[in-house]
Design a protein around this ligand. Structure first.
Ligand code: ZN
Length: 209
């Protein structure tokens, strides 16, 4: 796995909108595959906090003020051209997208992977809550992008810049000073910073009540 890059606030790639990040949509089934060259490096991830933005945990003031850090994970995926039920459209088409998600989704992927290795199976994704990306994941029988060597080669080549984007898009790498400034500014302004991942957990708890 490559090293994460370090930068201040000058990085324009993250919100530059070069690639739209993958998001599941309600009442819609997507068929996707996780792209990789090494099955041991399918994902990039880091422990992060959220306060107005995701930033890397530095095990200090961030944890004191924001609580325990959570994993944020990303991968490059292929999203096939399908109808709303996830059935492939002809002619064959696809998009390659960055996908960045919470530890909850990672754990779901891991569970599927024990029965259907995601290195050799696409999956169908639908969502019950678009805003918080509560996803339903169903493995498919095959991995289309790997079915033909030539196609696979082409797709992996196209995935390279997307993969770089994923690594940068996990979280901002801020210095302790910058984190302190961010957190102080947040508290002076009366907050307003809601951690979407803790909201996600709350929803889950309430669902099972
Ligand atoms: Zn921390």
């Amino acid at each position: 796995m490559a090293e994460l890059e370090t930068f201040g606030f000058e990085n324009e790639d993250i919100r530059g909108g070069i690639y739209e990040k993958y998001k599941a949509k309600k009442n819609n089934v997507d068929r996707v595959g996780i792209l990789f060259t090494d099955p041991k490096a399918m994902f990039a991830g880091a422990k992060v906090h959220f306060n107005q933005r995701f930033f890397l945990c530095k095990k200090g003031i961030c944890c004191e003020k924001c609580g325990l850090p959570k994993w944020r994970v990303g991968s490059a995926i292929i999203k096939y051209g399908t109808d709303k039920q996830g059935a492939l459209r002809t002619p064959f088409s696809y998009e390659i997208l960055p996908w960045i998600f919470s530890e909850t989704t990672y754990i779901r992927l891991k569970n599927i992977n024990t029965e259907f290795p995601l290195a050799s199976h696409d999956m169908k994704i639908s969502c019950t809550n678009e805003e918080y990306q509560h996803l339903d994941l169903t493995p498919c029988n095959e991995s289309i992008w790997q079915a033909k060597d030539e196609l696979k080669k082409k797709i992996l080549e196209e995935a390279k810049p997307v993969w770089e984007y994923v690594k940068k898009g996990i979280a901002s790498d801020m210095s302790i000073e910058e984190i302190r400034d961010l957190l102080n500014a947040g508290s002076v302004g009366g907050g307003g910073a809601v951690d979407p991942t803790s909201k996600l957990d709350l929803d889950k708890v309430l669902d099972s009540v």
